[in-house]
Design a protein around this ligand. Sequence first.
Ligand code: ZN
Length: 346
Amino acid sequence: MKAVYIEAHGGPEALTYGDRPEPQVQAGEVKIKIKATALNRLDLYTREGGRGLNREFPPPLILGGDCAGEIVEVGEGVAGHKPGDRVVVNPKLTCMQCAQCLAGQDDQCQAARFLGSAIDGSYAEYISIPGINAHKLVDSVSFEQAAAAPTTYLPVWNMLARRMQLKPWQTVLVLSASAGVGTAAIQMAKDVIGAKVIATTSSAEKAAKATALGADVVINYKEEDIRERVREITGGAGVDCVVDHVGADFFAPAFASLRPGGRYGICGATTGLRTELHLGLLFSQQKEIYGTFMGSKEDMREIVEMLNRGAVKPVVDRTFPLAEAAVAHEAMAATSFFGKLILTQE
Ligand SMILES: [Zn+2]
């Protein structure tokens, strides 16, 4: 089958479009003909081999995790799926046997593996994955939109609903609205929870898109001071919650924008992994910090319910043919997009 894979770590030129063996369906698995796969920062980090993602070659590794497509074959012992079903894939595979998995907290499984990072992924014609990681889509959800959902919506839903428990009468600050996580956070905070949303972004064009998506106020961080603007907007009080997926560059002003007792959620650190925390302000103002990494299988089930009912509509910026994965990687590195970049196949 055709696939995009790496045989060594490197830049976009390390991506090869060529032939790899077609996966054979195992017991408990479903084989899927992939129609759309979404790019994530993890794909770039895996390609580069930084951030603890160095690996041995050979064998080559097919990149990609978030995907959607049609089931073509069902393995022994799989219930609830049949050939022809349109599905979206949860790219995090968990053991379903450890204490965390048995407690329904499989987002904390220590044996978890990611498609396209630990094992072959979705930049390919076919993939074979555990049946419990495939979720049925209604016809009104496009493969492109479905593929855009898992890695952006899972940490956001885990963070906003489960860990921080954002309420409809509260205000949330969403950092960097234009990234996939930013767009997901605006939609879930506004359309599902009903909270007031303050978003940050870097241009008037992106600010207009964030407003169209549901942000009540948008701060252009290139021209305005985040902390000062949040103080003005909230009448001096500060926000109840922060959604951070960018890390080092914005942590200080965002943490200072929280009201006493506020909750700070972080699910990514694209601008840098290290920062300083003022411990006195943490305890004297009784602030809370939550780290979230993807979500549980129940979070994924709830997200697919939202998708299927049209409660959230993932934002797709652009699509590229699978063979042009390297061009898509360059576009992601340039951060000149609003929403998700998607690789598509016939
Ligand atoms: Zn487990």
